[in-house]
Design a protein around this ligand. Structure first.
Ligand code: BES
Ligand code: MN
Ligand code: ZN
Length: 499
């Protein structure tokens, strides 16, 4: 996909398959729509009056308007003018992108980003526009016998004034990189678990390191994981014949850009369970296929590192991924087993389905060696988080005020929201075990919180935040598929740390 700006002042002379303009409710035309209306002798106003109420997300194509060079003018509904904001803008750009993909258009020009919003800069709007386009153009096709035709949309132009073009271009570049990162995250999530194995995730990291010169990948096999004494991670992995992988993908910014490049690294830890059957504490069969998405935390780390590398962010970022399957077998964990984590703390496994925390805890201990400025783990950790927050917000757990504020703010800016949930010490009591330092479950009440409490026991050496993405990483039902979240949030946070 190619993203660029167009600064030609005369909109009606732009030759393109589709030229998009915004319309507010009550028949209020945006500046660009008004300009086209004048060039087209009132054609836009007439249609708006007759049959376009500008509901947010609405989209109407006007073909061959006299006096306008574009083959189509696309009217985009923006809702009430006084409520117009970044979310409405993104929604309208999404409607345009979906229209272009559905209609098989090769190119489009949008004028929407030029409309001011109270809660986003032009750069942020351009970023959001590019993200919407690349999201709409993503299509899963890896495992169909006949390949579906790829979307034809190849060129997306954003119309701005000459003075503002540089800001828009910066946003488009960011949006394109984040979009490509999300596409990778979605593809890994969508791939079936017999293809997307721990080995496959490791190979993906190695391939990224080959493709981007700032990235270095290291994939530790079972022998090295054993040498590191990751007894908790290994106890989950050994239930499956599929070999585990411990992946470290490191972005070191170009030496030329020092300054903030010298700061301590930010570490992202992603849960990489490529299939979660529950193990001996077997899950019910209903929708168990969706547990192929249990590696979406890992996929979001890989997608984020891809975007970080493409943008050459001036900050060291390290991705850590413990990856394995969780299956029942003669070598699998059993309820009652006590295992010793890399930290030395012993864990009583009361439910083998609480495996995410068992693999993450060793990765969190491993992260200590980087003396990180912050560690953020990303995991499809608990069904309880889906019950608490549904599919809108990801759960955010942290006691570090700066991380909480930074992630909340980044979530708002990126339209990839998180909700701060509690992590009081009082919940830690639920993890008491009669036979080990800690139990791996705390019972049904506050299930997401006790999972976070468990992880917190392994994070005393650095500022830490946990994102539970169980409700936001994929969609179920007819639209079943990975969403690419929370790559936009993580990228916004990282870019904010570099600013
Ligand atoms: N991967 C699941 C969490 C999950 C379940 C995410 C459903 C999305 C939808 C995790 O490994 C798990 O099984 N968690 C258990 C924990 C429980 C045994 C304490 C859960 O949520 O039921
Ligand atoms: Mn599980
Ligand atoms: Zn799981």
């Amino acid at each position: 996909m190619e993203f660029s700006t167009i600064t030609s002042p005369a909109l009606h002379t732009i030759k393109t398959p589709a030229l998009a303009v915004g319309v507010f409710e009550s028949g209020i035309l945006s500046q660009a729509a008004d300009a086209l209306d004048q060039a087209g002798q009132g054609a836009l106003r007439a249609i708006v009056k007759a049959e376009f109420d500008a509901t947010p997300g609405l989209c109407l194509a006007l073909h061959n308007v006299d006096g306008i060079a574009a083959s189509r003018v696309i009217l985009l509904g923006l809702g009430k003018q006084e409520h117009y904001n970044a979310a409405m803008h993104a929604r309208a750009q999404g409607a345009l992108a979906a229209y272009c993909v559905r209609t098989g258009l090769g190119a489009a020009v949008t004028t929407l980003a030029a409309i001011d919003t109270p809660d986003a800069t032009l750069t942020a709007r351009a970023r959001a526009a590019a993200l919407q386009v690349s999201s709409a153009a993503y299509q899963y096709s890896a495992t169909f016998s006949t390949k579906r035709p790829a979307p034809k949309l190849k060129t997306f132009n954003l119309h701005t004034s000459r003075a503002q073009s540089a800001y828009a271009q910066a946003g488009l570049r960011e949006g394109a990189a984040i979009g490509a990162g999300m596409a990778l995250t979605r593809e890994l999530g969508n791939l079936p678990p017999n293809i997307c194995t721990p080995t496959y995730l490791g190979k993906t990291a190695t391939d990224l390191a080959r493709q981007f010169k700032t990235l270095k990948a290291e994939v530790l096999d079972e022998r090295k994981i054993t040498a590191l004494k990751m007894g908790s991670f290994l106890s989950v992995a050994r239930g499956s014949a599929e070999p585990p992988a411990f992946i470290v993908l490191r972005h070191t910014p170009p030496a030329a850009r020092k300054g903030s490049g010298k700061a301590a690294p930010i570490v992202l830890v992603g849960k990489g369970v490529t299939f979660d059957s529950g193990g001996i504490s077997l899950k019910p069969g209903q929708a168990m296929d969706e547990m192929k998405f249990d590696m979406c935390g890992a996929a979001s780390v890989l997608g984020t590192l891809r975007a970080v590398a493409e943008l050459e962010l001036p900050r060291e970022v390290i991705g850590i991924i413990p990856s394995c399957e969780n299956l029942p077998s003669g070598t699998a964990n059993k309820p009652g087993d006590v295992v010793t984590s890399m930290s030395g703390q012993t864990i009583e496994i009361l439910n083998t389905d609480a495996e995410g925390r068992l693999i993450l805890c060793d990765a969190l201990t491993y992260a200590e060696r980087f003396k990180p400025a912050a560690v953020i783990d990303i995991a499809t950790l608990t069904g309880a988080c889906v019950i608490a927050l549904g599919h809108v917000n990801s759960g955010l757990f942290s006691r570090d005020e700066a991380l909480v504020q930074g992630l909340l703010e980044a979530g708002k800016t990126a339209l990839d929201p998180v909700w701060h949930l509690p992590l009081d010490d009082a919940y830690q009591d639920l993890l008491k075990s009669n036979f080990a330092d800690i139990a791996n479950i705390g019972g049904r009440p506050a299930g997401s919180i006790t999972a976070a409490c468990f992880l917190s026991r392994f994070t005393s050496k650095y500022p830490w935040a946990h994102l539970d993405i169980a409700g936001t990483a994929w969609k179920e039902g007819k639209e079943k598929g990975a969403t690419g979240r929370p790559v936009p949030l993580l990228m916004q946070y990282l870019m904010d740390q570099c600013a």
